[in-house]
Design a binder for this molecule. Structure first.
Ligand code: HEC
Length: 173
């Protein structure tokens, strides 16, 4: 009986301490606070477990010039505010986000240009909870999700037409 009581009190005490810490401001919720090491570690652990196997997914669309150009349109309309454009500083929104959205044109050869397309597609499909990275499962079609994925894969060597789309003057055709 005593053991059971001890167990119940023990089980109750841990969440109560957690709530007290939150109540005393031990977990500042403002976006201008740095994440804690533990928070970062747990978030990454959860993300990599959720993404397991994603890198094996192959694109049903070819990385053709037409698909990459469509991807550039999807990107400039939906992603550029957060992830940036070539030769442009991060937007005020991107600067104020925590975690900050990676600026994909700061190092064009890096990030999704090196990642397996399946990983990038997973990100676009599911988003990342509590980071600001949206899920485009409903907002974009499957083709659009793959087109923007192929665009990001090839962002280090875009055609002049794709670059023009990013610069806001799509080629007339
Ligand atoms: C409202 C801001 C916002 C928008 C809009 C947005 N993202 Fe993101 N994205 C983020 C943030 C923040 C992260 C970082 C998530 C993290 O830290 O795990 C991210 C991460 C990613 C990553 C993972 C990058 C890496 O190297 O780990 C990819 C890929 C990505 N976004 C693609 C896109 C695409 C494609 C679009 C448009 C269809 C888009 N994002 C729109 C905020 C945004």
């Amino acid at each position: 009986m005593k053991f059971l009581l001890g167990l119940i009190i023990g089980i109750l005490i841990a969440p109560l301490i957690g709530m007290a810490i939150l109540n005393w401001g031990g977990f500042p919720a403002g976006a201008d606070n740095k994440p804690m090491a533990m928070e970062r570690y747990l978030a990454h652990l959860g993300l990599s477990a959720s993404m397991r196997g994603a890198s094996k997914i192959q694109s049903p669309l070819p990385a053709s010039e037409a698909n990459i150009e469509q991807g550039a349109k999807v990107y400039s309309m939906n992603c550029a505010d957060c992830h940036g454009l070539p030769k442009q500083p991060p937007t005020p929104m991107a600067q104020g986000m925590n975690p900050g959205p990676p600026q994909f044109f700061k190092f064009p050869q890096r990030g999704p240009a090196e990642d397996p397309v399946g990983d990038t597609y997973w990100m676009v499909q599911h988003g990342v909870r509590m980071t600001g990275m949206p899920s485009y499962a409903n907002g974009l079609t499957q083709d659009q999700r793959w087109q923007v994925t192929l665009f990001l894969k090839n962002k280090a060597h875009l055609s002049p037409a794709a670059q023009q789309i990013l610069a806001g003057n799509p080629p007339s055709k």
